[in-house]
Ligand binder design. Sequence first.
Ligand code: GLN
Length: 198
Amino acid sequence: MTVTAPTIGVLALQGDVREHLAALRASGADPVQVRRPEELAAVDGLVIPGGESTTISKLAVTFGLMEPLRERVSRGMPAYGSCAGMIMLADKILDPRSGQETVGGIDMIVRRNAFGRQNESFEAAVDMPAVPGGPVEGVFIRAPWVESTGAAAETLASYDGHPVAVRQRHLLATAFHPELTGDQRVHALFTEMVRSAH
Ligand code: GLN
């Protein structure tokens, strides 16, 4: 049996796009950059990278992508957001900058820059049983945490008492950056979600 590689887009407005493209390629997907609505229409799934969620939000509106993103996510397109991408997939931000919008889809409230100044960037082993093979190395960079989740959102991992990886049906979000570690297991989980959504 031939298993074709799903086409997975990486939202390429701002942030660590290249690293996600590489991690997706290594996990068996066919990754492409997405900057325009026509490009979004052509993908089977989408990664929203880490970066700065206020900037990604503004650029998504400017590029005419915010509504198409909401539409595709609400119709079941699998999406994975890391860090700023997690914020973009949250239904609600506790402390948004003025005018900051999200795509939404995951019934959760996130707190931006939650780990505080003393702890802006750190690495920690994170237990994430949905990913086989032991803890994931979590790289946290001015990361959000999840303040609360609704009934449909499943917490896949917590750190310091707060959810840092969440899945809701076809949507996945992590507060940390697996694309920076060379460990493709989280991307492999997402690639599998995209395959099985077909
Ligand atoms: N603090 C950033 C934000 O609010 C997220 C940081 C990141 O993606 N590494 O968007």
